[in-house]
Design a protein around this ligand. Structure first.
Ligand code: AMP
Length: 233
């Protein structure tokens, strides 16, 4: 990209993966597992925006109302937040984008950014799920307040009730936008704005659609096969 005010973003030859899917499809859970397995950085624009809201930054103040309503935050804000995160080198082998891009404008901005760095998307992993199940999945989910591990009141309870399997903490939190009403808005937004990306990435031959309704570990195995082949590990 010929931008003069931004320096380099992703290191040359670093691997860039995108995880695509509707709210509740398991993007965050799977991105976290893949980041651990392959030594990649998980970049979630939802997490970055939630932090910006909590810290009261200008981006956070501008994004807050849309996030609470389940609507998409404007492209300009999200692209700026993502560029900022990509520009921070962390010595990892690559990044896994979780929740970005969510519009064609964002996808084009990402392509331009990567091309400018001599880089390209290695694979876009599209999690294929039944919409009908997403409201139930999201309404019951919560996470460890300390380490962020995700849980669900029906589908994924900790081994010891009230204690995080990973870090032993007893504090849990729920996202403010994980209510049945907001999930419906988020699904509508997904179909209107984000689903067209499936065709966009299919046209550039980087799309891998993965059935994502079963066991978390089985879905991870399918995704791992795609990433391992691309990274040749
Ligand atoms: P997530 O954690 O990915 O479900 O994102 C939570 C909320 O953050 C979304 O409902 C949007 O309001 C906002 N958001 C996250 N990523 C994006 C994005 N790429 N474009 C627009 N809004 C976003």
């Amino acid at each position: 990209m010929s931008s003069s005010h931004t320096s380099s973003h992703t290191p040359r030859q670093s691997f860039v993966f995108v995880i695509l899917g509707p709210p509740g499809s398991g993007k965050g859970t799977q991105a976290r597992r893949m980041a651990d397995t392959f030594g990649l950085t998980q970049l979630s624009t939802g997490d970055l925006l939630r932090k910006a809201v909590a810290n009261g930054t200008p981006a956070g103040l501008a994004a807050r109302a849309e996030m609470e309503a389940g609507a998409l935050v404007s492209d300009d804000i999200v692209i700026a937040v993502l560029k900022d995160a990509l520009a921070r080198p962390d010595g990892k082998d690559g990044v896994l984008l979780d929740g970005f891009p969510r519009t064609i404008t964002q996808a084009k901005a990402l392509d331009a950014l990567l091309t400018g760095d001599g880089n390209a998307i290695a694979a876009t992993i599209n999690l294929v799920v039944d919409d009908d199940a997403m409201v139930a999945r999201i309404s019951g989910r919560h996470s460890c307040a300390r380490c962020g591990e995700g849980y669900h009141i029906t589908f994924k309870r900790p081994a010891v009730e009230g204690v995080c399997d990973i870090c032993g903490s007893t504090g849990f939190k729920r996202r403010a936008d994980d209510t049945a009403e907001t999930v419906r808005v988020r699904l509508v937004e997904y179909h209107a704005q984000t689903a067209p990306l499936i065709e966009y990435y299919d046209m550039s031959d980087v799309l891998f659609s993965i059935p994502a309704m079963g066991e978390i570990a089985d879905i991870s195995d399918r995704i791992k096969a795609v990433i391992a082949a691309k990274m040749q590990v």
